[in-house]
Design a protein around this ligand. Structure first.
Ligand code: R5P
Length: 287
């Protein structure tokens, strides 16, 4: 087998290669002045099992296109089987139509991967598992929950309650709660508009307790800030956050710290900011 690194997360690809005791495959990515990309493979892939580690994280479209271009290069160089390792699956939130005349881009991405010659997809904590069905071939979803729980366990106060920020994350929150042997609370939110939601209900006991709010991903931090506000109103006394994919777009860490979050635990499925604002703790999924 050969493992190649795309531009999405070369540090994680190097860490995975080190775990496997192997070198990364030799390749060069060229960017043309008009923005087009070309990939040059520096070694033969003929007949081999070729793995490309390429999360389709921001810049999502660039990383997605690079994934497809790599796959095309592998296919044309007679690779045996092409395995796409997407620790983060971009467009996963576009998994269904919420109204008429909308795309399902998670499905489009799966079909494009297949068309480009990808035989097998590996991902981590997919936003919704039905996305697996969009790809007409083997699809493995790994989970970072055990790794995150191992990182969190030593610092959790005894009064901690695991909180799901919405109904869609209840299954994930249950996995945390069972693994950490903690009680569970659930927030229910209502979508007010395309970009705005409002927490309307809380199920569970949080008064005087530390809340460990979990999510699959943190983008702007807006969902979690809204959750903290609702939990504080309900009498919660402390706020910790755990999520697999720390996209942490501009200002997200500050936004969470200002809201009162004292610990933010994420993995390295996507590159994380160098300045963690004193609250960020990154655990690796490389093993
Ligand atoms: C929503 O369904 C997701 O699971 C996350 O809660 C959401 O996408 C996070 O985005 P943001 O951090 O911008 O609120």
């Amino acid at each position: 087998m050969i493992l190649f690194a795309g531009a999405g997360n070369p540090a994680l690809a190097r860490a995975v290669a080190a775990e496997l005791g192997m070198e990364l495959g030799s390749c060069r990515v060229e960017q043309f002045p008009d923005g087009e990309t070309s990939v040059h493979l520096g070694e033969s892939v003929r007949g081999k099992d070729v793995y490309l580690l390429q999360p389709t994280c921001p810049p999502v479209n660039d990383n997605a296109m690079q994934l497809l271009i790599f796959a095309d290069a592998f296919r044309r160089a007679a690779a045996g089987r092409i395995h796409a390792v997407l620790p983060y699956y971009g467009y996963a939130r576009s998994d269904k139509r919420t109204g008429r005349r909308e795309p399902i881009t998670a499905s489009l991405m799966a079909l494009l991967m297949r068309e480009a010659g990808i035989d097998h997809v590996i991902t981590v904590d997919l936003h919704t598992t039905q996305i697996e069905g969009f790809f007409p071939g083997p699809f493995d979803t790994l989970t970072a929950v055990p790794t995150l729980c191992a990182g969190l366990k030593p610092e959790l106060p005894a009064d901690t309650v695991v909180v799901s920020p919405d109904a869609g994350r209840v299954k994930l929150a249950t996995e945390y709660a069972e693994r950490l042997n903690l009680p569970l609370a659930v927030l229910h939110k209502r979508r007010e508009s395309g970009s705005e939601t409002r927490v309307t209900h809380l199920v569970g006991e949080v008064r005087g307790r530390t809340c460990l709010i979990i999510d699959d991903m943190i983008s702007t931090g807006g969902t979690l800030v809204e959750s903290v506000t609702a939990l504080r109103d309900a009498g919660a006394s402390g706020f910790l956050v755990a999520a697999t994919h720390g996209l942490l777009l501009d200002g997200a860490i500050d936004r969470l710290r200002t809201a009162g979050v004292t610990r933010l635990c994420v993995t390295d499925t996507v590159p994380t900011p160098a300045d963690g604002g004193g609250i960020l703790h990154v655990v690796t999924v490389a093993p």
